[in-house]
Design a binder for this molecule. Structure first.
Ligand code: ADP
Length: 293
């Protein structure tokens, strides 16, 4: 797909297939094109080029059917504050065309998913941030979709709330619901995603399980060298000449795939100050040039 906004190409030849039953993490720095991709998938925006099929429905022609078959959890909380938790779910059960006779059970199930059975009749405006987020996710599940789109599900939330939401997303995965989740939190992708597609400048630049991505792009170990700026530049230069990726982290230079260092380089570099296991964050920084949370 290609999607342009004036001079900006937000999505630039993105090619992405999401297999049934997995949680795919769409990971990328701000501006990579994740939200635009989500908007294209929900037919809120139209691609300038390309084809999109959602659960067998082609967009934009069959977008109504596609939208009815999937659950969408937006980044922005757009719950109706004047309505109670239960009423918010009822509205969506109706919109998602849950048959009338099944609606009460569907709403009850969604309240249980959101752990809001006790607060069902509280106005949404009076719920805490974490409760609202759980409700927002449960709202997208009220019709038991086979595919769920989660757009930055924990952006701006504190760590405790984030952990709660992770359990909720992990439960979806164990039920075999296909999940496409955009995020710029590495830890979120690492914990929840079966596979990650790393996006940069509107394209997927790498794809695989977190473990495979790490093995391919960052090796098993990373050596962190500390020292004055001249020393750091020297380490960078030596590693680069040996074909090993590096990244700067404040006062240090990290040499990735340190286990692949030839003996001669090891001698020249001297012992590292810290040797640690390679992480998905290393992959992210090496491939997108950006640091992340
Ligand atoms: P992400 O979700 O990964 O942060 P976005 O999809 O929001 O990335 O943005 C991708 C690029 O497209 C950015 O450069 C952004 O400024 C631009 N963009 C997104 N939406 C619009 C819009 N409605 N109008 C103009 N530019 C946009």
């Amino acid at each position: 797909m290609v999607k342009r906004y004036g001079d900006v190409t937000a999505v630039d030849g993105l090619d992405l297939e999401v297999p049934h039953g997995i949680c795919l993490g769409l990971l990328g720095p701000n501006g990579a094109g994740k939200s635009t991709t989500m908007r294209l998938l929900t037919a809120q925006s139209r691609a300038d080029k390309g084809e999109i099929t959602v659960l067998g429905h082609s967009l934009p022609g069959a977008s109504k059917r596609a939208r009815a078959a999937m659950g969408v959890v937006p980044q922005q909380d757009n719950l109706d504050e004047e309505l109670t938790a239960r009423q918010n779910l009822e509205v969506f059960a109706h919109l998602y065309r849950v048959p009338k006779d099944d609606r009460a059970a569907a709403v009850g199930r969604a309240l249980a998913v959101a752990q809001l059975v006790d607060r069902a009749d509280t106005k949404t405006g009076n719920l805490s941030g974490g409760m609202r987020r759980r409700l927002l996710i449960a709202r997208g599940l009220v019709h038991r979709p086979r595919l769920v789109l989660l757009d930055e599900p924990t952006v701006g939330l504190d760590p405790q709330v984030r952990q709660e939401l992770w359990s909720l997303v992990a439960a979806l995965r164990s039920e075999g619901v296909t999940t496409l989740m955009s995020t710029h939190y590495i830890e979120e992708a690492e914990r929840l995603a079966d596979e990650c597609a790393l996006m940069s400048h509107g394209k997927v630049v790498a794809r695989g399980t977190p473990a495979d991505l790490i093995a391919e792009h960052a090796g098993t170990h990373v050596d962190e060298h500390y020292g004055p700026p001249e020393r750091l530049s020297e380490v960078e230069e030596l590693a680069k000449n040996a074909g090993l990726p590096t990244r700067r982290t404040g006062p240090s230079v990290s040499v990735l795939a340190a286990e692949r260092q030839p003996e001669s380089l090891r001698q020249e570099l001297g012992p590292a100050n810290v040797r640690r296991a390679a992480s998905l964050e290393d992959v992210f920084v090496v491939l997108t040039g950006e640091s992340v949370e």
